[in-house]
Design a protein around this ligand. Sequence first.
Ligand code: NAD
Ligand code: UGA
Length: 463
Amino acid sequence: MEITKICCIGAGYVGGPTMAVIAQKCPNIQVTVVDLNEQRIKDWNDPNTDNIPIYEPGLAEIVAEARGRNLFFSTEVEKAIDEAQVIFISVNTPTKTYGKGKGMAADLKYIELCARQIAKVAKQNKIVVEKSTLPVRTAEAIKSILDNTGNGVQFQILSNPEFLAEGTAVTDLLNPDRILIGGDTTPEGQDAINALVNVYANWVDKTKILKTNVWSSELSKLTANAFLAQRISSINAMSELCEKTGADVNEVAKAIGMDSRIGSKFLKASVGFGGSCFQKDILNLVYIAKSYGLNEVADYWEQVIIMNDHQKRRFSNKIVQTLYNTVADKKITFLGWAFKKDTNDTRESAAIYVADDLINEQAKISVYDPKVSRNKMLSDLDYLQTRSVEENSKALSIFEDAYKACEGAHAIAILTEWDEFTTYDWQKIYDSMHKPAFLFDGRNILNAKELESIGFIYKGIGS
Ligand code: NAD
Ligand code: UGA
């Protein structure tokens, strides 16, 4: 079967960039990305591609090339489902905030809604692709909904998880380490897998396209995120020990990373990992393990989250302790609010939790981030429901200029590793601050010696 029409439900951080790259690389395939969120679709269709809703290096150019040619953004969900041979489901799968599994399990209500809508609309056989990250065996539930509520058409369900990281989404999509496709072992299942393989083969070497059964594919995605997050918690655990012993965590990371069995990536100690997925996916893994009675497995992975929460809290505690045990009415400037550089995404960013802790201590927080809007920062804080909207907007001042944000500050805290922070005139910043001037580098991106020679009291992570 040759695929000529694809629909993707969900125009978010995964659906938008992934489909833009498929459209760019497969000009003969019509790709329609649909979403219920009218504003998001309007933004994707903004004539000026600098205004598309997701900031990723290189994305605006790809959208400019393919949009209107074979890439379309629309709110007409049913029409797009009806026309497509392949439907990707890329909707959000957040942690449940209610009922059984609250705070742990993945909330699959958006996935189920998609399955029901596909079942209702489809008049011809279709391939349904799980692109969202899902608990192992979700395909079973989707299949049951499709087979029992549909119009008697045949569905093949594939699992094709996405491994892109934000900030590098475009390069990750153009040059993936691997593409994983899980499907049924039946001839029909294998045909569906091969049809999807042929889409990716337009730009990905076939040796990098891995075919598995559905359950392996679903579980591999959760496993990959758990392993990545575990490395960060492992090095962060060592960072605390380094601070007590005089070892330097950057030196330790380099020394162990040169062992080819360990590898050098993902060993950067930090204020803690953020992002929409690591925490949610590990909590989901923990929930799944518990639901099978595998308590030791669950406890093992839960520790990755416990360590990460500890690291965020430890950072805010260190600021308070270093500033003579009180930050009340002191100005603390955050450089960065996004959960990592090169993205405007702030979901689960460490900055939110550190700000919340410091505002509880009555600090005045000033923030500068090159890509995050004022409204986004305030709504992130409001979402925690620690205090009223008015109190949050009084406690948080947002600046469009980093130098202004730092003027008169008692301390600066680096929360995101934006490259531009390393190019600043730190002498000028120092001169404009209260003395002693403290710098808490939550990302270990600045040169401690240089800053200390200017006069800063510099505190990195793990040294
Ligand atoms: P997102 O919140 O940015 O986007 C999801 C979109 O789906 C939203 O715009 C929402 O309005 C839309 N939506 C929800 N229900 C819908 C429905 N019934 N019909 C139409 N639209 C609907 O989420 P995201 O970051 O793109 O993540 C999506 C999935 O991909 C999650 O399962 C996530 O774990 C996974 N994932 C995310 C990343 C990442 O870097 N963000 C990477 C790999 C995998
Ligand atoms: C992560 C994975 O890297 C992707 O493969 C996966 O597809 C994605 O989750 C997902 O499923 O959503 P992402 O969260 O976008 O991608 O970004 P990462 O680069 O993994 O960074 C996550 C967090 O860890 C960031 O806060 C980052 O600053 C932090 N980090 C990363 C560290 O503190 N140290 C490191 O060494 C690496």
